[in-house]
Ligand binder design. Structure first.
Ligand code: SAH
Length: 219
């Protein structure tokens, strides 16, 4: 995946991600590898390595690189893991996960976004990803249970079906809170199936809409 943006991408990782406290070397390597400029419109390519969320159409955004790195670090993804992601969006976070995990299953509710994300995976040679158009708040029972689950849209509360589809010993990361401001929350399922919850930093995600998320039009 070498390209003309290699230098700016390395600078992004050094100055915007490592400098802000992300230490996990595997995560930093994945962020150095995935060509973020291929996940935005041509007209936004020169902004792709700045520390900002950018529009991807359909009123949705590709998350800020630091947040992608931070969430990936919190998820503690290993090479043997099967990962479920809710909110494919551009597919950028999906690609980062695909470099770190054995398999990635990603759900997106907007067909147009999934339709653009799927060929990006193919173009990057990431053949361990499955993307489907579906309400991710009900999970994806077909491939469950998952070692790791990542929600990349803001939820009023973690959707119960996702906790059900997490393995014992698994980790789930979700932005939880209000419709326009959330906190990163990490859920761990213990070996006996108990749930431990811890809250982290404040974030702003587009809303998770669906059966176990926000209702369309709700505030
Ligand atoms: N991880 C993405 C960020 C996408 S923004 C990236 O790197 O580009 C959040 C995405 O979640 C949006 O694309 C939105 O359409 C999607 N989303 C919201 N509610 C959803 C739901 N119930 N199921 C699946 N996707 C959902």
């Amino acid at each position: 995946m070498s390209d003309q943006y290699l230098g700016v991408r390395e600078r992004m990782v050094r100055e915007l991600i490592a400098a802000r406290g992300v230490r996990d070397e595997r995560v930093l390597a994945a962020l150095r590898t995935v060509p973020r400029h291929l996940f935005v419109k041509d007209s936004l390519r020169n902004q792709a390595y700045g520390d900002r969320a950018l529009p991807i159409g359909e009123a949705q955004t590709i998350s800020q690189p630091y947040i992608v790195a931070r969430m990936t670090e919190l998820l503690e993804v290993g090479p043997e893991h099967s990962v479920l992601e809710i909110g494919t969006g551009s597919g950028y976070q999906t690609a980062v996960l695909a470099l770190l995990a054995r398999r990635v299953y990603s759900l997106e509710r907007i067909a147009e976004l999934a339709r653009e994300a799927i060929p990006r995976m193919r173009q990057l040679g990431l053949d361990n990803v499955k993307i489907q158009v579906f309400d991710g708040t009900v999970g994806w029972s077909e491939w469950a249970p998952y070692d790791r689950i990542l929600v990349t849209a803001g939820a009023p509360k973690v959707p119960e079906p996702l906790l059900d589809q997490l393995v014992a010993g698994g980790v789930l990361v979700v932005p939880e809170g209000q419709r326009n401001a959330q906190k990163l929350v990490v859920y761990r399922k213990t070996a006996r199936g108990g749930i431990r919850r811890s809250e982290g930093e404040e974030v702003v995600f587009v809303p998770l809409l669906g059966r176990h998320g926000w209702k369309e039009g709700q505030r």
